[in-house]
Design a protein around this ligand. Structure first.
Ligand SMILES: [Zn+2]
Length: 435
């Protein structure tokens, strides 16, 4: 089965292909086959379903490099969160211990559906409430039920009683989630000893990951303590491209040197860093670029923050334009932030060869954006429209691995009232159990 998208403004984010003011994208099966000004005579286009994208932008789907998806039914419960301590006490110590496997499923599924609706085709779920094997299975099923390209990054919980099945249970999960599938597995851990040593990355967790041939994501990377940890990992030969460090605010110059030298990847969470006030509260984009690292972007926690990538791109751009008043070298462009939200994000979580650009041979993970809506007409600059003008309502079509998951502006196969009932029931049960 082939599909030909014709006549749209094509933003490939592939430097060798560039942008086409008017062009075609041909997909077959799960893959992108060709991108060009006119593909009607392409041999694989003969029997293709043709979708006219005139007046629309065709672009790679966004990549969210870190979100705690299980919390989605509690989104915006702490919109005016004071600081990281309040988040930890209300969410990780407060509600996480009462979560059932079904709550994990409902939250993770809601987060993934919301991501898809907003054009996020790949989401790394930093699933740090794996209290039992059933909690992990439910989170994975929540991702898989939506069709999103998901990364299940598994970590045990911070607080409360749990089965202590993690990290040993990763062996079982790894057998369920082989490399190359739509859902893949990573080990998730913390940089420093916030709540006890078991969740802290170091030689023993690194050995678990290496034995299973899975990569690692580390959250809460900030300040001098994390900087010291990074330098220790450098000595232990634990840094590298298969390690994602999340936040990276307030790190020392030496830690950044180690990150740059080893090709370790970075996920910035611009709205989380600024609104929750993590360490310096300034997204570490200057430091990352100076170290030669092009970071991915991430949503983090919906309990206090927005759900979409447009917000992340705009927050980061605004912060950098503020900094550039005193330091012109801080200025970044709309193309930079779109790259962080797509191709650099894919690289950050080890999927750079799979998704993040519209390149023949890559997976057909793409979005179609209406550029003739009230807030996007007329189309003058496709990247400017994507970064500054558009929002989730303008995303008419979303494909993941060639499968259409959103069409004509609506998620497919979703019963919204039934979903709302499921989400509300779960939310009410969690709140009743903690009141
Ligand atoms: Zn986080």
């Amino acid at each position: 089965m082939s599909t030909l998208f014709t006549g749209g403004a094509v933003v490939t984010m592939d430097p060798t292909l560039g942008d086409l003011p008017r062009g075609d994208v041909l997909i077959s099966g799960t893959e992108i086959v060709a991108v060009g000004p006119d593909l009607r005579d392409h041999p694989e286009a003969r029997d293709a379903t043709v979708i006219d994208t005139t007046g629309r932008i065709v672009a790679p789907g966004f990549v969210d490099t870190h979100r705690h998806a299980w919390q989605a039914q509690l989104r915006r419960t702490i919109p005016d969160v004071g600081d990281l301590g309040e988040y930890l006490s209300t969410t990780l110590a407060g509600v996480a211990p009462v979560y059932t496997p079904d709550d994990m499923y409902v939250g993770t599924r809601l987060a993934a559906l919301t991501a898809l609706d907003a054009g996020i085709t790949t989401m790394l779920d930093f699933s740090h409430n794996s209290r039992t094997a059933a909690h992990s299975d439910a989170a994975i099923n929540g991702l898989a039920s939506t069709g999103i390209r998901g990364v299940h990054a598994s970590m045990g919980p911070h607080f409360g009683t749990w089965d202590r099945q993690w990290p040993a249970d990763l062996t079982r999960l790894r057998a369920q989630l082989p490399p190359g599938g739509l859902i893949t597995l990573r080990l998730a851990a913390l940089a420093t000893d916030i709540v006890g040593p078991d969740l802290v990355y170091g030689p023993s967790l690194a050995a678990v990951a290496r034995d299973l041939d899975i990569a690692v994501s580390i959250d809460a990377v900030f300040g001098t303590a994390s900087s010291e940890a990074i330098l220790a990992w450098e000595k232990q030969n634990l840094l590298g491209p298969d390690l994602e460090l999340i936040h990276a605010t307030g790190l020392t110059p030496d830690a950044w040197r180690a990150i740059g030298d080893t090709g370790t990847t970075i996920s910035l969470a611009p709205s989380s860093d600024t609104q929750i006030g993590l360490e310096t509260a300034i997204p570490a984009i200057d430091e990352a670029l100076a170290a030669g690292v092009r970071p991915g972007l991430s949503i983090d926690v919906e309990v206090a923050l927005a759900s979409d990538m447009f917000t992340q791109m705009r927050v980061l751009l605004a912060v950098q334009r503020m900094r550039a008043v005193d330091r012109p070298s801080s200025r970044i462009t709309t193309r930079d932030v779109l790259g962080f939200a797509t191709t650099d994000g894919a690289h950050t979580i080890g999927l750079g060869a799979v998704t993040g650009t519209l390149t023949p041979g890559r997976q057909a993970d793409l979005i179609v954006v209406d550029a003739e809506a009230i807030n996007t007409m007329p189309l003058n600059d496709a990247i400017g429209t994507l970064v500054l003008g558009a929002d989730p309502r303008n995303i008419t079509t979303v494909l993941v691995a060639g499968h259409t998951l959103k069409s004509n502006g609506h998620l497919l196969n979703i019963d919204l009232p039934a979903l709302n009932h499921q989400v509300t029931t779960s939310r009410n049960a969690i709140q009743a159990a903690t009141s």
